[in-house]
Design a protein around this ligand. Structure first.
Ligand code: NAD
Ligand code: 0WE
Length: 258
């Protein structure tokens, strides 16, 4: 396991114990990092506080990534407590539920706007806010989470596919801007995992079955497997890697058919 001892990290996107971001938080803490976790609304605050209470000396702060002021306040509070930042995990995404069940061609301007605002622009806004904190440490690592629906059509993924395509492109532009500051920006493209963000998606079980049937490893992936890859990208072990979308999907993406 790579070493994160003495580092400070910010993790945005923990909703419950099944969140991919929670698995990354646990792995980062096990690797020695001190963490700040965020909650997007009062409804989720208690959940996040209970999970954070199992970590060593965590910071728990509000942040709705759709709100510029909350992003600015978050960065200021993290800086005040940590005096800089070494890594940041962006695991927030949202599209209005109706956009994930009708044909993509029916997507409203409002659903499109919300999906791209919360799932894509938020990486740009969060990144800009943490850059000064990372400059204090001589660099940093930023990681977001994406899905193969950015490149391929998955029934009902719809506007989230468009948001993830823009997210992956944003990773490359951010990596280019921030490389000279030794700030790296990468994504993990995870295979389908049953989390809150997958609940209520009709046909999710059949997507999981397709991974078991077709992926080279003949299985799906779990949160811990994504977290182990994440720790590599957050650590100095990946110091020459930026602008990358790393596939953690049991190899599913290489399969063309039959
Ligand atoms: P999750 O529901 O646990 O995480 C999504 C998070 O987004 C939640 O914590 C939610 O609170 C947060 N969020 C939504 N709106 C927000 C806002 N306005 N401000 C701040 N946070 C907000 O589900 P997950 O599967 O762990 O998803 C994490 C990331 O992984 C997402 O980007 C998702 O697209 C991506 N991903 C998921 C899968 C999968 O199959 N589960 C696969 C690949 C990628
Ligand atoms: O990125 C995601 C899910 C993101 C997501 C999920 C929801 C459900 C509840 C964004 N917004 C919402 N809004 C809600 O109201 N994944 C990669 C998981 C996922 O979602 C799918 C998938 C997969 C895989 C939706 C349809 C088809 C496949």
């Amino acid at each position: 396991m790579p070493d994160l001892s003495g580092t400070h990290g910010l993790i945005v996107g923990v909703a419950n114990k099944r969140s991919i971001s929670w698995a990354i938080a646990q792995a980062a803490a096990a690797a020695g990092a001190r963490l700040a976790l965020t909650y997007p609304s009062e409804r989720l605050e208690e959940n996040v506080r209970e999970l954070a209470a199992t970590l060593d000396n965590p910071l728990v702060l509000p942040c709705d990534v759709g709100n510029d002021q909350q992003i600015a306040d978050l960065a200021a509070a993290v800086d005040a407590e940590f005096g800089g930042l070494d890594f940041c995990v962006h695991g927030a995404s949202f599209a209005p539920a109706d956009a994930l069940k009708s044909p993509f061609v029916e997507t409203s301007r409002e659903s499109f706007r919300i999906a791209l605002d919360i799932s894509t622009y938020s990486l740009v806004g969060l990144t800009r806010a943490v850059v000064p904190l990372m400059e204090k440490r001589g660099g940093g690592s930023i990681l977001t989470l994406t899905y193969l629906g950015s490149d391929r059509v998955f029934t009902n993924y719809n506007v989230m596919g468009v948001a993830k395509a823009a997210l992956e492109s944003s990773v490359r532009y951010l990596a280019s801007d921030l490389g000279p500051k030794n700030i790296r920006v990468n994504a993990i493209s995870a295979g389908a995992i049953r989390t809150l963000a997958a609940s209520g998606i009709s046909g999710f079980s059949s997507i999981l079955q397709v991974y078991r049937d077709k992926a080279p490893l003949r299985r799906g992936v779990d949160q811990k497997e994504v977290a182990d890859a994440a720790i590599f990208l957050l650590s100095q072990d990946s110091r020459a890697i930026t602008g990358e979308v790393m596939m953690v999907d049991a190899g599913f993406h290489v399969i063309g058919g039959v």
